[in-house]
Write a protein that binds this ligand. Sequence first.
Ligand code: AQP
Length: 332
Amino acid sequence: RPRVLSGIQPTADSFHFGNYLGALRQWVDLQDEHEPFFFVADLHAITVEQDPKVLRQRTRRAAAQLLAMGVDPERSAVFVQSQVPAHAQLGWVLQCLTGFGEARRMTQFKDKSAKGGEGAASVGLFTYPVLQAADVLLYRPAFVPVGEDQRQHLELTRDLAQRFNSRYKKTFRLPEPYILKATAKILDLQDPARKMSKSASSPAGIVDMLDDPKASAKKVRSAVTDSETEVRFDPEAKPGVSNLLTIFSALTGTGVDELVQRYDGQGYGALKGDLADAVVEVVTPFRDRTLALLDDAAHLDAVLADGAARAGEVAERTLADVYDRVGFLPGG
Ligand code: AQP
């Protein structure tokens, strides 16, 4: 079975619908036919300052949400990045293969460092796409399920893999991004010109999976649309309505065309009301399952320890090849 790998940062109390529809749902679906490795990216989280106590809580919350969503630890290695030291170790080797200018071209760094100015950003934030390349390459996966915002980082990953393979010896597999077009970019409900994002969206623009379901329904009903009344899928001219149709279609499995027909002549209110109900139906049991998992921290930690052991075995083997090929002494 081909391997898949992906990660998510524990930098909020809850995942949001962008994370869920853009990436996490695909994680669950890919489990059947692949050998999956899914991790909570705590090393990435500390590229910006974190309160240690909050980070620890959010790491467990992230893991609980993955399981509540349907990631099955029997079939998938679910682990925390810092518990597999090979990530940081390969990260260093790859940093030494990355050009400074190449790292500088990563647009996420530009976006994320824009606020406080480049001088205030950490070097870790600058090199984070290289650590991400290590995260991926260690497992030699065929696919990496992510949202559109990660495409550029995946390209860097492939470039670094190719560079290492040609400088030393074929070691890494070149992974393909697995990006579902329909849900690759879920938009902010209040500002549909931008993606839904935990750091940039206003509270009304982002729907968190662990929000009070009533509050989420209200956010959906208050989503920004446009001054027309016609329900039509047109991401350019009608990004707000199109975003609602995308979310609705993804949640219910009903095609966008069918939804457009269903709400023909009914205006936006009916669409928003029904979507709000669909959201409540998804998040209510999800929230209950997550909270139940969080009540049993010992079980959760055991699942993560088992995941780290399984992932570590694979990662260590790749790292040993890499260390050998770059010329490090054996048996360290
Ligand atoms: N709006 C989105 N639409 C589709 N996919 C998205 N992803 C994030 N936002 C959207 C995907 O979610 C996965 C987890 O990514 P992460 O851990 O790197 O979180 P993130 O990208 O940092 O999430 P945010 O909300 O976008 O955070 P900020 O605001 O800090 O940048 C990834 O696969 C990502 O593509």
